[in-house]
Design a binder for this molecule. Structure first.
Ligand SMILES: NC(=O)c1ccc[n+]([C@@H]2O[C@H](COP(=O)([O-])OP(=O)(O)OC[C@H]3O[C@@H](n4cnc5c(N)ncnc54)[C@H](O)[C@@H]3O)[C@@H](O)[C@H]2O)c1
Length: 288
Protein backbone atom coordinates (compact mmCIF):
# COMPACT_ATOMS: atom_id res chain seq x y z
CA UNK A 1 0.00 0.00 0.00
CA UNK A 2 1.30 3.48 -0.91
CA UNK A 3 1.15 5.94 1.98
CA UNK A 4 1.12 9.72 1.79
CA UNK A 5 4.66 9.72 3.17
CA UNK A 6 5.78 7.41 0.34
CA UNK A 7 4.36 9.88 -2.14
CA UNK A 8 5.89 12.95 -0.54
CA UNK A 9 9.29 11.52 0.31
CA UNK A 10 10.13 9.10 -2.49
CA UNK A 11 13.43 7.35 -2.86
CA UNK A 12 15.16 8.73 -5.92
CA UNK A 13 17.87 6.08 -5.88
CA UNK A 14 16.22 3.94 -8.56
CA UNK A 15 13.86 4.73 -11.42
CA UNK A 16 10.28 3.58 -10.94
CA UNK A 17 9.44 0.11 -12.21
CA UNK A 18 7.46 -0.68 -15.34
CA UNK A 19 6.11 -3.81 -13.65
CA UNK A 20 2.41 -4.08 -12.86
CA UNK A 21 2.84 -7.25 -10.79
CA UNK A 22 0.27 -7.34 -8.00
CA UNK A 23 -1.91 -4.69 -9.67
CA UNK A 24 -5.51 -5.16 -10.76
CA UNK A 25 -6.68 -3.42 -13.93
CA UNK A 26 -10.14 -2.93 -15.40
CA UNK A 27 -10.30 -2.27 -19.14
CA UNK A 28 -13.53 -1.31 -20.88
CA UNK A 29 -14.04 -2.34 -24.49
CA UNK A 30 -11.31 -4.94 -24.03
CA UNK A 31 -12.60 -7.02 -26.90
CA UNK A 32 -12.43 -5.95 -30.49
CA UNK A 33 -14.97 -5.99 -33.25
CA UNK A 34 -12.92 -8.62 -35.14
CA UNK A 35 -10.20 -11.18 -34.43
CA UNK A 36 -7.60 -8.44 -34.90
CA UNK A 37 -5.97 -6.06 -32.45
CA UNK A 38 -8.02 -3.04 -31.42
CA UNK A 39 -6.91 -0.46 -28.89
CA UNK A 40 -8.65 -2.07 -25.92
CA UNK A 41 -7.40 -5.56 -26.72
CA UNK A 42 -3.82 -4.28 -27.16
CA UNK A 43 -4.01 -2.43 -23.80
CA UNK A 44 -5.27 -5.57 -22.07
CA UNK A 45 -2.53 -7.79 -23.49
CA UNK A 46 0.23 -5.28 -22.69
CA UNK A 47 -0.95 -4.68 -19.12
CA UNK A 48 -1.15 -8.45 -18.57
CA UNK A 49 2.39 -8.81 -19.98
CA UNK A 50 3.55 -6.37 -17.31
CA UNK A 51 2.00 -8.62 -14.67
CA UNK A 52 -1.40 -7.03 -14.01
CA UNK A 53 -4.50 -9.15 -13.47
CA UNK A 54 -7.01 -7.73 -15.91
CA UNK A 55 -10.80 -7.59 -15.89
CA UNK A 56 -11.88 -7.45 -19.53
CA UNK A 57 -15.22 -5.68 -19.96
CA UNK A 58 -17.07 -5.66 -23.24
CA UNK A 59 -20.68 -5.48 -24.39
CA UNK A 60 -19.80 -8.44 -26.64
CA UNK A 61 -18.82 -11.30 -24.35
CA UNK A 62 -17.27 -13.34 -27.17
CA UNK A 63 -14.97 -10.41 -28.03
CA UNK A 64 -13.73 -10.13 -24.43
CA UNK A 65 -13.32 -13.91 -24.23
CA UNK A 66 -11.13 -13.84 -27.33
CA UNK A 67 -8.84 -11.36 -25.55
CA UNK A 68 -8.92 -13.58 -22.44
CA UNK A 69 -7.70 -16.53 -24.53
CA UNK A 70 -4.87 -14.44 -26.02
CA UNK A 71 -3.74 -13.41 -22.53
CA UNK A 72 -4.00 -16.99 -21.21
CA UNK A 73 -1.90 -18.25 -24.14
CA UNK A 74 0.90 -15.97 -22.91
CA UNK A 75 0.51 -17.14 -19.31
CA UNK A 76 -1.28 -13.97 -18.12
CA UNK A 77 -4.30 -13.64 -15.84
CA UNK A 78 -7.61 -12.12 -16.91
CA UNK A 79 -11.36 -12.56 -16.64
CA UNK A 80 -13.82 -11.63 -19.40
CA UNK A 81 -17.20 -10.18 -18.49
CA UNK A 82 -20.18 -8.89 -20.46
CA UNK A 83 -20.84 -5.33 -19.33
CA UNK A 84 -22.55 -2.37 -21.00
CA UNK A 85 -20.62 0.59 -19.59
CA UNK A 86 -23.46 2.95 -20.47
CA UNK A 87 -25.42 1.32 -17.62
CA UNK A 88 -24.55 2.56 -14.11
CA UNK A 89 -25.58 -0.64 -12.31
CA UNK A 90 -23.44 -2.75 -14.64
CA UNK A 91 -20.42 -0.47 -14.05
CA UNK A 92 -20.88 -0.90 -10.30
CA UNK A 93 -21.14 -4.69 -10.72
CA UNK A 94 -17.99 -4.71 -12.83
CA UNK A 95 -15.95 -3.08 -10.07
CA UNK A 96 -17.48 -5.53 -7.58
CA UNK A 97 -16.37 -8.36 -9.89
CA UNK A 98 -12.75 -7.19 -9.79
CA UNK A 99 -12.91 -6.98 -6.00
CA UNK A 100 -14.46 -10.44 -5.68
CA UNK A 101 -11.76 -11.95 -7.91
CA UNK A 102 -8.67 -10.10 -6.74
CA UNK A 103 -9.59 -7.83 -3.80
CA UNK A 104 -8.46 -4.47 -5.17
CA UNK A 105 -8.57 -2.03 -8.08
CA UNK A 106 -5.41 -0.15 -9.11
CA UNK A 107 -5.92 0.73 -12.77
CA UNK A 108 -8.91 1.75 -14.89
CA UNK A 109 -8.62 2.10 -18.65
CA UNK A 110 -11.71 3.79 -20.06
CA UNK A 111 -11.37 2.64 -23.65
CA UNK A 112 -14.96 2.25 -24.89
CA UNK A 113 -15.83 4.66 -27.63
CA UNK A 114 -18.05 4.51 -30.71
CA UNK A 115 -18.16 6.57 -33.87
CA UNK A 116 -21.73 7.58 -33.07
CA UNK A 117 -24.23 9.20 -35.39
CA UNK A 118 -23.12 11.06 -38.50
CA UNK A 119 -24.12 14.59 -39.33
CA UNK A 120 -23.75 18.17 -38.22
CA UNK A 121 -25.93 20.02 -35.69
CA UNK A 122 -28.72 20.47 -38.23
CA UNK A 123 -28.90 16.81 -39.25
CA UNK A 124 -28.45 15.09 -35.89
CA UNK A 125 -31.11 13.05 -34.17
CA UNK A 126 -31.32 14.01 -30.47
CA UNK A 127 -31.86 10.50 -29.13
CA UNK A 128 -28.88 9.13 -31.06
CA UNK A 129 -26.79 12.08 -29.84
CA UNK A 130 -27.74 11.44 -26.19
CA UNK A 131 -27.12 7.69 -26.46
CA UNK A 132 -23.67 8.15 -28.04
CA UNK A 133 -22.62 10.78 -25.49
CA UNK A 134 -23.62 8.36 -22.76
CA UNK A 135 -21.39 5.64 -24.27
CA UNK A 136 -18.41 7.88 -25.07
CA UNK A 137 -18.40 10.23 -22.06
CA UNK A 138 -20.81 9.29 -19.27
CA UNK A 139 -19.53 5.70 -19.20
CA UNK A 140 -16.05 6.97 -18.26
CA UNK A 141 -17.49 9.01 -15.39
CA UNK A 142 -19.51 5.99 -14.24
CA UNK A 143 -16.57 3.60 -14.22
CA UNK A 144 -14.49 6.19 -12.35
CA UNK A 145 -17.35 6.74 -9.90
CA UNK A 146 -17.14 3.12 -8.73
CA UNK A 147 -13.40 2.49 -9.23
CA UNK A 148 -12.04 5.56 -7.41
CA UNK A 149 -13.37 4.59 -3.94
CA UNK A 150 -11.48 1.29 -4.32
CA UNK A 151 -8.30 3.12 -5.43
CA UNK A 152 -8.64 5.31 -2.33
CA UNK A 153 -8.51 2.15 -0.20
CA UNK A 154 -5.21 1.19 -1.90
CA UNK A 155 -3.94 4.77 -1.52
CA UNK A 156 -3.06 5.09 -5.20
CA UNK A 157 -4.49 4.53 -8.65
CA UNK A 158 -4.13 5.22 -12.34
CA UNK A 159 -6.95 6.05 -14.73
CA UNK A 160 -6.31 6.30 -18.46
CA UNK A 161 -9.08 7.67 -20.67
CA UNK A 162 -8.97 7.04 -24.41
CA UNK A 163 -9.91 10.12 -26.42
CA UNK A 164 -8.86 10.78 -30.03
CA UNK A 165 -7.03 13.43 -32.01
CA UNK A 166 -10.56 14.24 -33.19
CA UNK A 167 -11.04 15.69 -29.70
CA UNK A 168 -8.07 18.03 -30.14
CA UNK A 169 -8.65 19.57 -33.54
CA UNK A 170 -11.54 20.20 -35.89
CA UNK A 171 -12.08 18.71 -39.29
CA UNK A 172 -14.13 15.61 -38.47
CA UNK A 173 -17.24 15.37 -40.68
CA UNK A 174 -19.63 14.36 -37.86
CA UNK A 175 -20.28 16.52 -34.78
CA UNK A 176 -20.82 13.83 -32.14
CA UNK A 177 -17.45 12.07 -32.18
CA UNK A 178 -15.15 15.11 -31.85
CA UNK A 179 -17.48 16.69 -29.29
CA UNK A 180 -17.45 13.57 -27.11
CA UNK A 181 -13.69 13.11 -27.42
CA UNK A 182 -13.10 16.78 -26.57
CA UNK A 183 -15.16 16.18 -23.44
CA UNK A 184 -12.96 13.20 -22.55
CA UNK A 185 -9.89 15.41 -22.89
CA UNK A 186 -11.08 17.99 -20.38
CA UNK A 187 -12.79 15.46 -18.13
CA UNK A 188 -9.31 13.97 -17.74
CA UNK A 189 -7.85 17.28 -16.57
CA UNK A 190 -10.76 17.92 -14.21
CA UNK A 191 -10.52 14.43 -12.70
CA UNK A 192 -6.73 14.76 -12.35
CA UNK A 193 -7.25 17.95 -10.33
CA UNK A 194 -9.89 16.31 -8.13
CA UNK A 195 -7.93 13.19 -7.25
CA UNK A 196 -4.24 14.13 -7.39
CA UNK A 197 -3.87 14.57 -3.64
CA UNK A 198 -5.32 11.07 -3.21
CA UNK A 199 -2.47 9.61 -5.25
CA UNK A 200 -4.80 8.85 -8.14
CA UNK A 201 -3.36 9.88 -11.49
CA UNK A 202 -5.71 10.56 -14.40
CA UNK A 203 -4.31 10.78 -17.91
CA UNK A 204 -5.55 10.56 -21.46
CA UNK A 205 -4.26 8.98 -24.65
CA UNK A 206 -5.46 10.63 -27.85
CA UNK A 207 -4.86 8.17 -30.68
CA UNK A 208 -4.56 9.28 -34.25
CA UNK A 209 -6.21 7.20 -36.95
CA UNK A 210 -4.54 3.93 -36.03
CA UNK A 211 -5.36 0.93 -38.17
CA UNK A 212 -7.73 -1.11 -36.03
CA UNK A 213 -10.89 -3.09 -36.73
CA UNK A 214 -12.83 0.11 -35.86
CA UNK A 215 -11.72 1.70 -39.13
CA UNK A 216 -10.43 -1.22 -41.22
CA UNK A 217 -13.71 -2.04 -42.93
CA UNK A 218 -14.40 1.63 -43.74
CA UNK A 219 -11.15 2.38 -45.62
CA UNK A 220 -9.99 1.73 -49.16
CA UNK A 221 -6.25 0.97 -49.59
CA UNK A 222 -5.91 4.41 -51.25
CA UNK A 223 -7.51 6.21 -48.31
CA UNK A 224 -5.27 4.27 -45.96
CA UNK A 225 -2.18 5.36 -47.89
CA UNK A 226 -3.28 9.03 -48.01
CA UNK A 227 -3.84 8.92 -44.26
CA UNK A 228 -0.38 7.45 -43.65
CA UNK A 229 1.23 10.27 -45.61
CA UNK A 230 -0.58 12.96 -43.58
CA UNK A 231 1.53 12.35 -40.43
CA UNK A 232 5.06 13.59 -39.70
CA UNK A 233 6.42 10.04 -39.40
CA UNK A 234 4.48 8.81 -42.44
CA UNK A 235 4.05 5.53 -40.57
CA UNK A 236 0.80 3.71 -39.96
CA UNK A 237 -0.05 3.13 -36.30
CA UNK A 238 -1.75 0.19 -34.64
CA UNK A 239 -3.54 -0.65 -31.42
CA UNK A 240 -0.17 -1.69 -30.01
CA UNK A 241 1.08 1.90 -30.24
CA UNK A 242 -1.92 3.04 -28.20
CA UNK A 243 -1.49 0.14 -25.77
CA UNK A 244 2.16 0.99 -25.11
CA UNK A 245 1.23 4.55 -24.17
CA UNK A 246 -1.52 3.30 -21.86
CA UNK A 247 0.83 0.78 -20.21
CA UNK A 248 3.34 3.56 -19.51
CA UNK A 249 0.71 5.90 -18.04
CA UNK A 250 -0.76 3.08 -15.93
CA UNK A 251 2.62 2.13 -14.45
CA UNK A 252 4.82 3.74 -11.81
CA UNK A 253 7.09 4.91 -14.64
CA UNK A 254 4.52 7.71 -14.96
CA UNK A 255 4.33 8.33 -11.19
CA UNK A 256 4.95 12.08 -11.75
CA UNK A 257 2.53 12.40 -14.66
CA UNK A 258 -1.11 13.39 -14.29
CA UNK A 259 -3.59 15.45 -16.28
CA UNK A 260 -1.68 14.78 -19.47
CA UNK A 261 -3.22 14.42 -22.91
CA UNK A 262 -0.80 12.26 -24.89
CA UNK A 263 -1.38 12.21 -28.64
CA UNK A 264 -0.22 8.93 -30.18
CA UNK A 265 -0.50 9.98 -33.78
CA UNK A 266 2.88 9.91 -35.59
CA UNK A 267 2.95 13.69 -35.16
CA UNK A 268 -0.29 14.41 -37.02
CA UNK A 269 -1.39 17.05 -34.47
CA UNK A 270 2.12 18.52 -34.05
CA UNK A 271 2.09 20.10 -37.50
CA UNK A 272 2.79 19.49 -41.12
CA UNK A 273 6.05 18.29 -42.60
CA UNK A 274 8.26 21.24 -43.68
CA UNK A 275 7.19 22.57 -47.03
CA UNK A 276 9.85 21.87 -49.68
CA UNK A 277 8.68 25.05 -51.46
CA UNK A 278 9.98 27.34 -48.72
CA UNK A 279 13.61 28.35 -49.30
CA UNK A 280 15.94 29.06 -46.32
CA UNK A 281 15.79 32.67 -45.04
CA UNK A 282 19.05 33.96 -46.56
CA UNK A 283 18.71 37.42 -44.96
CA UNK A 284 18.19 36.08 -41.43
CA UNK A 285 21.85 36.35 -40.30
CA UNK A 286 22.43 39.82 -41.77
CA UNK A 287 19.26 41.44 -40.37
CA UNK A 288 20.24 41.31 -36.67
N1 LIG B 1 -9.35 2.96 -34.21
C1 LIG B 1 -8.96 4.21 -34.33
O1 LIG B 1 -8.38 4.64 -35.33
C2 LIG B 1 -9.17 5.15 -33.16
C3 LIG B 1 -8.65 6.45 -33.26
C4 LIG B 1 -8.81 7.31 -32.20
C5 LIG B 1 -9.47 6.88 -31.06
N2 LIG B 1 -9.98 5.63 -30.98
C6 LIG B 1 -10.67 5.23 -29.76
O2 LIG B 1 -10.12 4.02 -29.25
C7 LIG B 1 -11.13 3.36 -28.50
C8 LIG B 1 -11.27 1.90 -28.86
O3 LIG B 1 -11.11 1.71 -30.19
P1 LIG B 1 -10.93 0.26 -30.79
O4 LIG B 1 -10.20 0.46 -32.05
O5 LIG B 1 -10.39 -0.68 -29.77
O6 LIG B 1 -12.46 -0.08 -31.13
P2 LIG B 1 -13.21 -1.47 -31.32
O7 LIG B 1 -14.53 -1.09 -31.89
O8 LIG B 1 -12.36 -2.47 -32.05
O9 LIG B 1 -13.39 -2.02 -29.84
C9 LIG B 1 -14.17 -1.37 -28.92
C10 LIG B 1 -14.90 -2.42 -28.10
O10 LIG B 1 -15.81 -1.70 -27.27
C11 LIG B 1 -16.97 -2.48 -27.13
N3 LIG B 1 -18.10 -1.63 -26.75
C12 LIG B 1 -18.77 -0.74 -27.51
N4 LIG B 1 -19.76 -0.18 -26.78
C13 LIG B 1 -19.69 -0.72 -25.54
C14 LIG B 1 -20.44 -0.55 -24.35
N5 LIG B 1 -21.47 0.30 -24.28
N6 LIG B 1 -20.07 -1.26 -23.24
C15 LIG B 1 -19.04 -2.13 -23.29
N7 LIG B 1 -18.30 -2.34 -24.41
C16 LIG B 1 -18.63 -1.64 -25.52
C17 LIG B 1 -17.17 -3.13 -28.49
O11 LIG B 1 -17.96 -4.30 -28.38
C18 LIG B 1 -15.74 -3.41 -28.92
O12 LIG B 1 -15.32 -4.74 -28.64
C19 LIG B 1 -12.42 4.15 -28.70
O13 LIG B 1 -12.61 5.01 -27.59
C20 LIG B 1 -12.13 4.94 -29.95
O14 LIG B 1 -12.90 6.11 -30.03
C21 LIG B 1 -9.83 4.74 -32.02
Amino acid sequence: MTTTTDRLLPSHAEPASSSLAGRVAIITGAGSRSADIGNGRACAILLARRGARVLLLDAQLAAAQATERMIAAEGGTSIAAQVDVADAAQCQQAVAMALAAWGRVDILVNNVGIGGPAGNAVDLDLEEWDRALRINVTSMMLMAKYAIPEMRKVGAGAIVNIASVAGLIGGTPALLYPTSKGAVVNMTRAMAAHHGTEGIRVNCVAPGMVYTPMVADRMTPEARERRRLRSLLQTEGSGWDVGQAVAYLASDEARWVTGVILPVDAGATAGNAPSPDLKPDAKASSSF
